[in-house]
Every structure is written in C-alpha cells, then in structure tokens.
Write a protein that binds this ligand. Structure first.
Ligand SMILES: [Zn+2]
Length: 315
C-alpha cells in the first residue's frame, strides 16, 4: 500500500501546486505523510457531510476541489464548522488534500471534465496559460458540438449531462438560436466574459453569473448577432464532473504502480441552494401591469423533490 506522501506526490503530478493562483490555498490540509492509503474519496466541497461520508466508507484520504481554509486561522477548535471538519478527519485518520485553481488550469482540468459532461469536442483553453508551450493548459475550455443544436436543446443536454441540483440551469438568449461553438468554465465564470467575447463562441456555460456582467454581455451581444447566449448552472454541478475525472486519473496511476487503491466519488449534492420556486406564468410576461399579475405564490418544492444524495459509490 502506498503512503500518503506517495499518493500526494502522484496527485501533484496531475495538478502541480505551483500552478495555483497566488491567493489560493492548495495541498495537504491534514494528514500524516507516513500513513498508509487504501481508499480515497473525491468531492467538490470539504463540508461536514462529506467528512462524515469519508469516515463512513473508511477513506484514508479525502481530496476536494475547494479549500477548507482559504485564509489564515488562529483556531481549529471544533466549536467552529471548519474546526469540526478538521476534528472529524483527524480523529478518524482521514487526510485532506485540496486541488483548486491548480486543477482548474491543469491538462486535463476541471473545465475539460465539464466540457466532456456536455458532449463537447475540445479545441483549446479559453484563456491559455502563457507558460504552457503545448497550448493545452489554462482557464476554461472552448469546444464544438458535433451537430448544431438550438440553445434550448443545448441547455437540455447540459441539464442531462450535469448532476441534478435544485436550481437547475438558467438560460439567457433566443431558445431557437443555433449553437455549435461553446465556451465552458467550471465554477464562477463571470470574470472571463472578455475572453468569451474574443473567442466568438455561440454560447457560454458556467456558474455564478451575476446580474450586471450577464446583462452587459447580453446587451453587447444585441449590438451584433446575439452571441454569446448564456447557460448558468450550479457552481457545484459544473465542478463535480472533475471528481469522476480525477478519480479515474488516480485509478490509472494506482494500476501503474500496483497500489490497488479504491477510489470513490461523493454524490452528495453540496450546492448550498436546496429548493427552487418556479415563477408563476403571469410573471413571465415582459410588460404586464402590476394589477393584472396573479398573486405570486410560488410553489416551493417539498423536501421529497430535493436532489437525491447518494453516499460515495465504489468506482
Ligand atoms: Zn469552485
């Protein structure tokens, strides 16, 4: 069985820590480098439910995309939710390793997995890494669909390809507009609108789009041909496909070294949004008078319609 330091060294070949952004906090958060590793769980968020899942399946190592601590701390007391995660992990001999912006920029990285989940043929990064002579690393990805789809069909494909979340996907653009070229960025992507426009793609799939950047992109598009249309998914959903990709990468390394590691991917939906209130029909009109609107009694889904959570399944 490999030691934790063996496994971390392997993970660092996949996602070199020096490729992380300066502000980021990647690498080993807790764990004994000498400890043996037999089971590894991959997840997006190092939250309590995921730490509990790691304990439940007997994992020795939890690998998450998001950091537990992004800024310095003076306490890991279990009175705080982060300290409680640290206590859960250490008391049960589970190490925590983070691959965040270094996994975003890697080849393959987070956005390759996202592009794969929605059926794109990748043509290159959205923002190439200037230090990569191969031109394959960088932020986001640009890809093509095999056949053009309407925006509505593409959004439906994205909804099928990504894990289900309560909020689903939001779409901006003409549903009948044909799309063939797509930019994707796993996680919050509204900082890359300039690059998306420069790429001249038909549609941009990302997460966490805010009103002003999205509105301005749309208004800018109206000056020309309406591009790019926007598809906004849950942050967690756009990054979850990376967990499957990462587990597959570690499986390959494990096979090569004869480590016989067992890798698992958490299917727990850790997106913070847990319900969605659909707009009543009358509110979809663009200029209805206030008095003619129906009472906006949104029908909140019951807990039964919340996304399902599955414990980590062996891969
Ligand atoms: Zn993220």
């Amino acid at each position: 069985m490999p030691s934790l330091s063996d496994v971390i060294a392997a993970l660092e070949t996949l996602w070199p820590p020096h490729q992380a952004e300066e502000w980021d906090a990647v690498g080993l958060v807790c764990g004994d480098p000498e400890a043996e590793v037999t089971r590894v769980l991959f997840a997006v968020d190092p939250v309590q439910e995921v730490a509990d899942e790691a304990v439940r399946i007997g994992a020795d190592l939890l690998v998450t995309h998001h950091p537990l601590y992004l800024r310095g701390t003076t306490t890991v007391a279990a009175t705080g939710f982060k300290g409680r995660v640290v206590h859960t992990l250490i008391k049960n001999d589970v190490a925590l390793h983070v691959a965040h912006t270094n996994a975003d920029r890697a080849d393959p990285g987070v956005s390759d997995a996202l592009a794969g989940a929605v059926g794109l043929r990748i043509t290159g990064p959205l923002v190439p890494d200037a230090t990569d002579p191969s031109g394959r690393r960088g932020l986001g990805r640009i890809g093509e669909l095999d056949i053009p789809l309407t925006l509505a069909e593409f959004a439906a494909r994205a909804a099928r390809g990504l894990p289900r979340t309560a909020a689903g996907l939001r779409v901006a653009g003409d549903p009948e507009q044909l799309v063939r070229t797509v930019a994707v960025c796993g996680g919050s992507g509204d900082g890359l609108f300039g690059d998306v426009r420069a790429a001249g793609v038909d549609v941009y799939l990302t997460a966490d789009l805010r009103h002003h950047p999205a509105s301005e992109a749309q208004q800018q598009g109206l000056l020309s041909d309406g591009r790019p249309a926007l598809v906004d998914a849950a942050h967690w959903a756009t990054e979850w496909p990376w967990c499957e990709q990462a587990a597959g990468q570690l499986d390959e390394i494990s096979d090569r070294h004869g480590w016989a590691l067992r890798t698992y991917v958490s299917h727990q939906v850790t997106d913070p949004w847990t319900a969605h209130a659909p707009a009543p029909e009358a509110l979809s009109s663009t200029s209805s008078a206030r008095s003619s609107r129906q009472s906006p009694e949104a029908t909140l889904p019951t807990s039964a319609s919340r996304p399902q959570s599955h414990p980590g399944a062996p891969r």
